[in-house]
Write a new protein. Sequence first.
Length: 276
Amino acid sequence: MSDMGIPEFTTSIDVDVERWNDAGVSSRRDVVAEEVPVALEYNGISHAVMMATPADLEDFALGFSLTEGILQDRSELFDCEIVEATDGIQVQMQIATERFVALKEKRRNLTGRTGCGLCGAETLQQAVRKPAAVVCDVRFSASTIYAAMAAMQKQQHLQQVTGATHAAAWLQADGTISVVREDVGRHNALDKLIGALAQRNPKHDFANGAVLITSRASYEMVQKSATMGIGFIVAVSAPTALAIRLAEQANVTLLGFVRQTGHVAYAHSQRLERAI
C-alpha cells in the first residue's frame, strides 16, 4: 500500500431545512450524508465508478476487488492511492500482472455489448455468478444475534447524525462486534467491511463469524459474502427470492427481519441455536 497519507473527506454537511409538522413550519439546521463518485482504477485503467460515502476508501477498494473476483488475495494488491479529482475521488490501485490481464480480458469481452441490468451480461449464466458452496461450522444463538444487532446500531455514528447510511458489521465467533463500516450504499458498506477485515489480517477466516447488514439481503449481498467464504448473513430487512436460492445453493445461513425478539430464517437454519 502507498506510504502517502490518506486524504480526509467530508462525510456529512449541515444544511438549512424547513421542518413541517402539525405545529407548523420551522427553520432549522440539519445534517445530511455526503455522496460522491468514486472511480476505481486498476493499473491506470478505470474499471468502475461507484456513488459512495467518502470514508474508508482503501477498505472499499480492496473489498470490492475481492468480492468481484478481480483479486483472489490481499497480496495481489501492491499499492492503493486515494486522489481527489475535480468531480469526485480516484482510487488508483496497482495489482498483480496476472490479475490485471484477466481483468482486461473481461473488459474486452464486455466491449460493444448494450443493455440494462448487469453490464455485459447476455445470458443467465453470465448474470448470476455462483460461488462455491461455503464450508462453515460457526453457530450462534438467537440471543447473541439480537444483542449483536443492537451493538452494531450503537456504532453507526454517521447513521445516527444523518439517518441516511447503511452499515455492515462483523460478528466474531465469540459474539462480539469487531468491525463496523458505513456507506450510503449497502453493497459499498459490505465491501468496506470485507476490505477492512482483509487489511487487518490477509488470512482472515471469513467462515468463522457472521455478517450483519442494515439492509435487505439482495442477491448481490449473498453473492459477495459467499465469494469470501462467509456462511452466515443476518439482515434487518427481507431477502429476495434469488438471494434465498443462492444462499441455499451456497450453504449460507440467511436470516432476515431480525429484531430484538425475533427473526425469520430463510436458509440453512441449522447453524442457529434455538435456545435464547
